[in-house]
Design a protein around this ligand. Structure first.
Ligand code: IMP
Ligand code: MG
Length: 178
């Protein structure tokens, strides 16, 4: 375990198992379709790479980037799109791929934005959900794990751009923030 980590919430094995299950479920739900998976950078890139390989349907991959956090651990409340789409999603089945739903501010903004572009459908797949922290109500269509109310890192999730490379998800020691 990394020396800055206090506790592991989800091990590599927990993650792999749940990703396989999500892949099966999404493959069944979208059988015969060709959805566009839209990952939210940067956090979701690791989950996206794994989820993609757990799907056995045709699918397309895209990324957008949103920013609301800066270097802190709390949302600033306003979301800006810092990287938009490079394909037309009109009439397409879209699956937004997120690392974590926290306040719900980012996902509400993004889903509304994508819906305004005329897709056939928009669903949301998030690896982690922290429902205790919602500022805006939101329920994802696919959830990897429900997570307790703590700031977590690893598996793509960062604190000040660090720890994305950890293969598990855990909480940092208090002294790391000091
Ligand atoms: P929301 O807008 O508050 O729902 O935040 C969503 C985004 O904030 C996620 O895509 C993450 O990038 C980031 N985020 C929220 N909670 C955490 C956390 O516990 N660790 C790391 N990043 C987080
Ligand atoms: Mg993020």
């Amino acid at each position: 375990m990394h020396r800055d980590i206090e506790k592991i919430f989800f091990t590599e094995e927990d993650i792999a198992k749940r990703v396989r299950e999500l892949g099966k479920q999404i493959s069944a739900d979208y059988a015969g379709k060709n959805p566009v998976l839209i990952g939210v950078l940067k956090g979701a890139f690791v989950f996206m790479a794994d989820l993609l390989r757990a799907l056995d349907i045709h699918c397309q991959v895209e990324f957008v980037a949103c920013s609301s956090y800066g270097a802190g651990t709390e949302t600033s409340g306003t979301v800006t799109l810092t990287k938009g789409l490079s394909l037309d999603i009109k009439g397409r089945d879209v699956i937004i791929v997120e690392d974590i739903l926290d306040s719900g501010v980012t996902i509400n903004f993004l889903k509304d934005y994508l819906l305004s572009l005329g897709p056939a459908s928009v669903k949301v797949c998030t690896f982690l959900d922290k429902p205790a922290r919602r500022k805006m109500p939101f329920e994802a269509d696919y959830v990897g794990y429900t997570c307790e109310d703590a700031f977590v890192v690893g598996y793509g999730l960062d604190y000040a751009e660090r720890y994305r490379n950890l293969p598990y998800i855990g909480v940092l020691k208090q002294e790391v923030y000091a």
